[in-house]
Design a protein around this ligand. Structure first.
Ligand code: GCO
Ligand code: MG
Length: 402
């Protein structure tokens, strides 16, 4: 078998997606998600100008060799653009391999380790009452795990507060909007939020919260400690993740479980966090961490240290990535949870898929390959729209992590 053609499809059915399609000489094709929110076209160029010419004529079944060829062969390693491009190729090759052998990808990864994949949804509101109603909605839909984010009194447009029902999309068309941030107001408010949430919904539901890289280690330690009575499933991205030893200080102070990794691209980004057991969940996902092949290596390292997985699953990762993540989640032994944010109706139509949601759990389906496709004609009706993630400044105007 040979790869005879490849192209990159850019579309915006509600938001931008970059999809790699590789075609083989036996008429099958494989898909990979290469979406990097707010920097999409950099990955398009990387793939079209530098990667596709290397793939034509290669045997698509040489998945590991192709990964090493693209990673080592570039000389310039790691980074979100490179790893998103390699990740897309890797996903497409697993898709082709599954189709060639007539089995869903999870069967190639060792078969299922569980019946279904536990997912968490995103409840949010502008204030606590609105947030409680959103949590209630997810409970009614059968979700066992729910991420809870809320507007902070005195701050406009906080991260994580959605605009639509059961849907959250942070990127905005045009130039990036600027928000204001106060750590003091946030730290004073969040314990009150979870106090109300636990009082209303009792001990059973699993609740998660994302601090989105905005705290210092000692601030994060204070937050973790103040949230202990509410037994979070995890506190996500408490501090900017590039300073791995920052987590040591947080760990010394709190038993609130910690999750990190959505901005990581390789095993080297999380190696120290894992082997020092500074985190409980590693959140790298297929699209941004070099594909299924590399994610399995991260998970294997994590397994040694009892760290579990919790793949990033925001709406900016396409249904192709979600499908790949679900095959990985179903098969990997040390799975923890999968983030699931529903895509828009337009997105679901552009990417017909086999995966299903039921009672707060998902399954990738049993179609050969990843079980997701792209309707290229429909995709062409939604051209790329420049969009950026918001920026954050402190109340005095200083740039801060968003
Ligand atoms: C999450 C993430 C997202 C990111 C988004 C950026 O936990 O789902 O933090 O909401 O902000 O993926 O593009
Ligand atoms: Mg996050």
């Amino acid at each position: 078998m040979k790869i005879v053609d490849g192209r990159v499809v850019v579309c915006s059915p509600g938001r931008n997606f970059v999809t790699l399609k590789l075609v083989t000489d036996n008429g099958t094709h494989g898909l990979g998600d290469a979406t990097l929110n707010g920097r999409e076209l950099a990955v398009v160029s990387y793939l079209e100008d530098h990667v596709l010419p290397l793939l034509i004529g290669r045997d698509p079944r040489r998945i590991e060799d192709t990964w090493q060829y693209l990673y080592k062969g570039a000389y310039w390693r790691r980074g979100p653009v490179t790893m998103a491009a390699i990740g897309a190729v890797d996903m497409a090759l697993w898709d082709i391999q599954g189709k060639a052998l007539g089995v869903p990808v999870y069967q190639l990864l060792g078969g299922p380790s569980r019946d279904r994949v536990l997912v968490y949804g995103h409840a949010s509101g502008r204030d606590i009452d609105e947030t409680l109603r959103a949590v209630e909605r997810y409970r009614e839909l059968g979700y066992q795990a729910i991420r809870v984010q809320c507007g902070i009194p005195g701050l406009e447009g906080t991260y994580g507060v959605g605009r639509g029902d059961l849907y959250y999309e942070p990127a905005e068309p045009g130039l990036p909007p600027e928000r204001r941030w106060s750590t003091e107001r946030y730290l004073d408010f969040v314990p009150e939020l979870f106090d109300r949430v636990r009082a209303e919904f009792g001990p059973e539901p699993l609740f998660l919260h994302d601090a989105h890289h905005r705290l210092t280690p000692i601030e994060a330690a204070r937050l973790g400690k103040s949230l202990e009575p509410y037994r979070l499933f995890w506190l996500e991205d408490p501090v900017p993740a590039e300073l791995q030893e920052g987590f040591r200080l947080i760990r010394q102070h709190t038993t609130t479980p910690l999750a990190v990794g959505e901005v990581f691209n390789t095993v080297y980004d999380c190696q120290q966090l894992i082997h020092e057991q500074l985190i409980d969940y590693i959140r790298t996902t297929v699209a941004h961490a070099g594909g299924i092949s590399h994610l399995r290596k991260i998970a294997s390292l994590a397994e040694l240290y009892q760290v579990r997985t919790g793949c990033h699953g925001a709406t900016d990762l396409s249904p192709v990535c979600l499908a790949a993540a679900l095959h990985f989640d179903l098969s990997v032994h040390n799975f923890g949870i999968q983030e699931y944010m529903r895509h828009s109706k337009e997105t679901d139509l552009v990417f017909p898929h086999e995966y299903t949601l039921e009672g707060g759990t998902m399954h990738p389906g049993d179609a050969p390959g990843l079980g997701v496709d792209i309707d290229e004609e429909l995709a062409a009706q939604y051209p790329y729209q420049r969009a950026y993630l918001p920026l954050n400044r402190k109340l005095d105007g200083t740039m801060h992590s968003w």
